[in-house]
Design a protein around this ligand. Structure first.
Ligand code: F6P
Length: 533
């Protein structure tokens, strides 16, 4: 690999800078091209991205692809898939792709990775099915009916989001006899409201923590044990109600977690990329082992697409480059993700950790300070709800907010009128993309207001308030139907997007030193408090 050159010194970056300073056509002009939509879309692994509503010309796209080449994005991706230690501040490889069976040759530092992954996955799946079939018994001999996940960040957001996204499988399953709950917040109210309706004799806790030292999770785990004991569980039988998922089984073992109820993963799996590992256990319990494995297959299909598709049609690379154009050249400081499918209600929260904990960085891989913008503030939520809340700011506020709309071509709810609802959802999504792109000029507004019969003074009074600048860029990500496979592909799409952006910005995507200082200070305060009391 060539020596590191800061992005702003690369030839394509400079050309893009010049292009962005030129008077660029408004989306209103760009969208007059009748072939634009068919030209600016790409598909793979069951997902189609339509990016006709992005503010890119063919010249801009060409330079973005040149930037990807100059930044050696795909060479860097190959290093990741080869298991090189690309997480250089933690001296770790980054191989979450191995968890979904994507081909990774055994790196020199770790023999038998695929076998280790396969055998742990088999343990997770068998255990999940055992729980679903009511074969896990609590201290009284009754079957466990409720599983509470205790974990935070990557040990919560992924399985929680996917459990909700695929909840139709939980509901449709005749086999599943358990409910899965999630508690991430050490705030006692959160634990209380979950436990209030549960019976200790029939409740098990999955304590998920890569490090098994996270203060919030460990506090929750200790309180869960106490709740079980208070609920008449004999101390000697506590272990029946406790399941650990961690990369440090020696720590969980020291806390009394039984080896047969401990599931492992490895330091080469980042917390926010760990849904594919044993961290997916609560999800597997909720949707079943087959569905969980199907989700892994979807992610694997996206891995294959990413590694084998030319850049013009490569979905993760396209999303990454469009994001870079918006962030670094059009000056967008924020990015909104708006699914138009209520099961994806937690998708933006999940992406926030993936994107901002990965690329919210200010130091390059060679230790020099970053002088360009890196990760935007990612936010979002269900589009339909957003329309009636914060979309005002996106239409008329002073921020440029590029958007990812996520739409399902088919929806599964069994209600007889579901098709009518789905039609309304999709037409709203398309109308928003269109309104944000085209806007409405003051002249058009005046014409419309006059046509409505309004008196002229009122027309002149209202026209500035009722005009829209437009030119807000968006992509629409189409999924045929929300299934384990398509969800897996969608998550992997964003994972690889984050990777590509880091590769271009020249930052380490897989460490998160920024979160450590606050944790250390909280620990120091806690130690001081204990010493004083
Ligand atoms: O504090 C941030 C973080 O380290 C995340 O990266 C991680 O996903 C989360 O905390 C939880 O960590 P653990 O799984 O070790 O409890």
């Amino acid at each position: 690999m060539n020596p590191f050159v800061p992005p702003q010194n690369r030839a394509a970056w400079k050309t893009l800078q010049t292009l962005s300073e030129n008077a660029n056509p408004h989306l209103r002009e760009l969208l007059k091209d009748p072939h634009r939509t068919e030209q600016l879309q790409a598909s793979g692994a069951g997902i189609t991205i339509d990016y006709a509503h992005q503010r890119v010309t063919s010249e801009v796209l060409q330079q973005l692809f040149a930037l990807a080449d100059e930044s050696q994005v795909m060479a860097q991706a190959k290093s990741m898939f080869r298991g090189e230690r690309i997480n250089r501040t933690e001296h770790r490889a980054v191989l979450h792709v191995a968890l979904r069976g994507s081909h990774v040759p055994n790196p020199p530092w770790g023999q038998g990775i695929s076998q280790q992954v396969a055998s742990e996955l088999a343990r997770v799946c068998l255990f999940a099915e055992k729980v679903r079939e009511g074969q896990l018994q609590g201290y009284s001999g009754e079957a466990i009916t409720d599983v509470v996940n205790l974990g935070i960040g990557g040990s919560d957001l992924g399985p929680r989001m996917a459990t909700e996204a695929l909840s139709h499988l939980t509901r449709d399953s005749f086999k599943n006899k358990v409910r899965v709950h999630y508690v991430s917040n050490v705030d006692a109210w959160s634990l209380y409201t979950t436990l209030a309706t549960l019976n200790p004799a029939r409740t098990a806790f999955v304590v998920q923590s890569k490090t098994f030292t996270t203060q919030e999770t460990m506090t929750l785990a200790a309180s869960a044990k106490r709740w079980l004991l208070d609920g008449a569980c004999p101390e000697a039988q506590l272990h029946q109600h406790l399941i650990a998922v961690t990369a440090h089984p020696e720590i969980s073992a020291a806390q009394g977690f039984a080896p047969e109820q401990t599931f492992g993963f490895w330091d080469w799996v980042g917390g926010r990329y760990s849904l594919w590992s044993a961290i997916g256990l609560p999800l597997a319990i909720s949707i079943g082992a087959f569905a969980f494995q199907d989700m892994l297959l979807g992610a694997r299909a996206m891995d294959e697409h990413f590694m084998s598709t030319p850049q013009e049609k490569n979905l993760p690379l396209l999303l990454a480059l469009l994001g870079i154009w918006n962030r670094n050249f059009l000056g967008a400081t924020t990015h909104n993700v708006a699914p138009y499918a209520s099961p994806l209600g937690k998708f933006a929260a999940f992406l926030q950790q993936m994107d901002m904990e990965s690329n919210g960085k200010r130091i390059h891989i060679d230790g020099s300070p970053v002088e360009i913008a890196t990760a935007p503030v990612l936010w979002g939520g269900l589009g339909i709800d957003g329309q009636h809340a914060y979309f005002q700011l996106i239409h008329q506020g002073r921020h440029l907010v590029p958007m990812d709309f996520i739409g399902l071509r088919t929806e599964r709810s069994p209600l007889p009128f579901a098709a009518e609802h789905h039609r309304i959802v999709l037409l709203n999504m398309q109308a928003q993309a269109q309104a944000l792109a085209l806007g409405r000029t003051p002249e058009e507004t005046v014409r419309e207001l006059r046509a409505s019969g309004m008196d002229e003074a009122e027309v002149q009074h209202l026209a500035p308030h009722r005009s829209y600048p437009g030119n807000v860029p968006s992509s629409t990500i189409w999924i045929d139907a929300l299934t384990p496979r398509s969800l897996g592909a969608l998550i992997a799409l964003y994972e690889h997007k984050v990777f590509c952006q880091a590769a271009i910005w020249g930052v380490h995507a897989y460490d998160q030193w920024g979160v450590e200082l606050g944790k250390k200070m909280a620990k120091d305060m806690e130690d001081a408090h204990r010493a004083a009391n």
